[in-house]
Design a protein around this ligand. Structure first.
Ligand code: C2E
Ligand code: MG
Ligand code: MG
Length: 579
């Protein structure tokens, strides 16, 4: 197995990377340039050293010959730069140049008895020694760097290039603007091999698969130019280039899939594995290596979860949206299990800026502590059937806090909580509300439940019954986001609410033109006719506040007077108001 591993690495990554010729041209140009500098400066040295001319420096005559040493150093410096920047080719060129000069200098000394160049001979010898030392030192550190790099881009188990190597390869191809596809394979049910046959067998299976895939790539059996990498665990990737059509790409993927799915025999046991494959293409699907990798992964996962109808799936934007929802769903479940969901409270005021209550808003952080917006996770919680748990968690926690606050300082303020229509429809909704009121000690008439306008459109009888029961208990009802749905006025007339919450979108536009203002004024009027109080959401600016006061809106909720805040801050604010 050990041999197979090292061979995997040699036969794929090294060969492929060696195929990128983008540095060779640069080396030739660089050496040629430094050679030219060397030749020009050497000619200058010769001329200067033979010249009898004088230069006036600081009023004193100085022979031009005195500058020969300076020019000679510049010439040698260009040779040193050659070795430092261009490794072996630079070293060979520099040494060759220095040796070429020798016969001329020696002949000058011995035949013409011209001893003026004797210092040049020594300079040459020193230059040769320095250049050899620099080269040897460079080579040593290069080997060390290569070793570290190889370790960094190699999967320790299979010996294949790893995830970083595939990113490196893709980055190179992207720089060359060369089309390619990244294919991700994931072994189906691989865990069962580990759990039934042990980790060692699992590792041997992975090594065998890695070496099969590397062989297909090395012998170019697929007909395209591919490199195999191991992404870690039971996941392998393939960078495919030089394919002429989608069909050719499919044939290539099939070729590797077959290699994975052929019988594996280890210690007399036969194993039959299958793999799910997904792919994304550059430049069509994404233009950076990280996104391409995650897109190919998303496509592969859709095959694994039986979402895609094909055995090999190409990435699409729809898959990405679905994957994102799944990820958020996972985060919600994690937060619910670990009881890490929390709430913020946004203050609500009357138009004279007197506090009338707070709206409890759900907040969530993921495992890494990153904040997830309610605008993202509430819709997912609704579609995943988790909204009742989210609502209840926020309700319980905020009611507990509010009950304690009221015990510290009895005040006529209300706690508003959001309830989804789906939650309201649950059989045990009323019981749980009663139970929370009892344990938290919040009086029923100081609790308000916000329900979106959609409840009236769906006209769900069961939800209406529930609302009537809540009203009987003394709980207030607010219609949230009013104006965004299409509820009919006749329905509104019979709806047992206490409050209308005008949606932020109307407040944003309220002062844009007169008709927008009249529209909000009409909602306020209708609300009052129906005997509802009216609150405006999302009030941010002073002119919005002024207009709302003028048209008779009762209450204000918005950043202008208070953003959603932690329970501690809400407590401070309440106690300040009370004093
Ligand atoms: P919502 O119930 O209409 O809550 C008001 C939203 O407007 C909150 O956003 C609040 O932060 C935001 N907001 C208030 N004033 C301003 C303002 O002046 N400017 C701006 N730009 N925004 C303002 P948030 O907290 O992101 O909540 C979004 C929505 O998520 C809520 O809209 C509500 O529909 C839903 N939601 C939040 N918590 C819960 C919950 O516990 N249960 C349920 N079912 N839904 C919830
Ligand atoms: Mg609300
Ligand atoms: Mg709202």
């Amino acid at each position: 197995m050990e041999k197979k591993r090292s061979k995997n690495m040699k036969s794929t990554f090294d060969k492929w990377m060696a195929g990128f010729q983008d540095t060779r041209k640069g080396t030739i140009i660089g050496i040629a340039f430094l050679l030219l500098v060397f030749v020009i400066v050497s000619v200058v040295v010769r001329r200067v050293s033979q010249s009898n001319a004088m230069l006036m420096m600081n009023g004193a005559p100085t022979p031009v010959r005195a500058f020969a040493g300076t020019f000679s150093s510049i010439a040698n410096l260009s040779l040193i730069l050659m070795v430092v920047f261009y490794g072996k080719p630079g070293f060979i060129a520099a040494i060759a140049l220095l040796f070429i000069q020798f016969p001329g200098v020696i002949a000058g000394l011995l035949v013409q008895h011209n001893y003026t160049n004797i210092s040049g001979v020594f300079t040459n010898i020193f230059a040769i020694i320095v250049i050899i030392l620099i080269y040897l030192n460079n080579e040593r550190s290069k080997k060390y760097q290569e070793k570290i790099h190889t370790q960094a881009v190699t999967d320790a188990l299979t010996g294949l290039p790893n995830r970083f190597a595939s990113l490196e390869i893709m980055d190179k191809l992207i720089r060359q603007k060369s089309r390619f596809a990244l294919v991700t394979f994931n072994l189906n049910n691989f865990k069962s091999i580990n759990s039934t046959m042990g980790m060692q067998t699992g590792n041997d299976v992975l090594i065998e698969i890695g070496s099969r895939l590397a062989r297909v790539a090395e012998k170019e059996i697929s007909g395209t130019q591919d490199i195999v990498t191991c992404q870690g665990g039971d996941e392998f990737s393939l960078v495919v280039r030089d394919y002429k059509s989608e069909q050719q790409l499919m044939n290539t993927i099939d070729c590797y899939k077959k290699a994975i799915e052929e019988k594996i025999t280890l210690d007399g046991c036969d194993y039959f594995l299958t793999a799910s494959a997904g792919y994304a293409e550059y430049p069509e699907d994404a233009t950076d290596s990280n996104t391409i990798m995650s897109d190919a992964n998303i496509a592969m996962l859709s095959v694994k979860r039986n979402l895609a109808s094909e055995r090999i799936c190409r990435y699409t934007k729809e898959l990405s949206g679905y994957e994102r929802s799944l990820e958020i769903e996972r985060k919600i479940r994690h937060a619910l299990q670990n009881d890490t969901l929390f709430f913020h409270l946004q203050p609500q005021y009357d138009v004279s800026h007197k506090l009338i209550g707070f709206e409890a808003l759900a907040r969530m952080r993921d495992e890494e502590g990153k904040f997830v917006s309610p605008g993202d996770f509430i819709p997912v919680a609704e579609s995943a059937g988790l909204i009742d748990e989210v609502d209840m968690c926020v309700f319980r926690k905020s009611a507990e806090f509010f009950g304690q606050l009221l015990r510290k300082k009895p005040m006529d303020i209300t706690l508003s909580v959001n309830a989804s229509v789906k939650h309201l429809m649950k059989n045990d909704f009323l019981e749980t509300v009663q139970e929370v009121l009892k344990t938290s000690g919040v009086p029923a008439n100081q609790l308000e439940i916000e329900i979106t306008e959609s409840i009236m459109i769906d006209s769900v009888e069961k939800a209406l019954q529930c609302i009537n029961e809540l009203k009987k208990m003394g709980i207030k009802i607010a219609i949230d986001d009013f104006g965004t749905g299409y509820s009919s006025l006749s329905y509104l007339n019979t709806f047992p609410a206490d409050k209308l919450k005008i949606d932020k979108s109307f407040i944003d536009k309220i002062n844009l033109n007169d008709s927008s203002k009249q529209y909000v004024a009409a909602i306020v009027m209708i609300g009052h006719v129906m005997n509802f109080k009216v609150i405006s959401e999302g009030v941010e600016k002073l002119d919005q506040l002024e207009t709302l006061r003028n048209i008779g809106c009762d209450y204000i909720q918005g950043f202008i007077w208070g953003r959603p805040m932690s329970a501690d801050d809400a407590e401070k604010l309440t106690l300040e108001q009370a004093s």
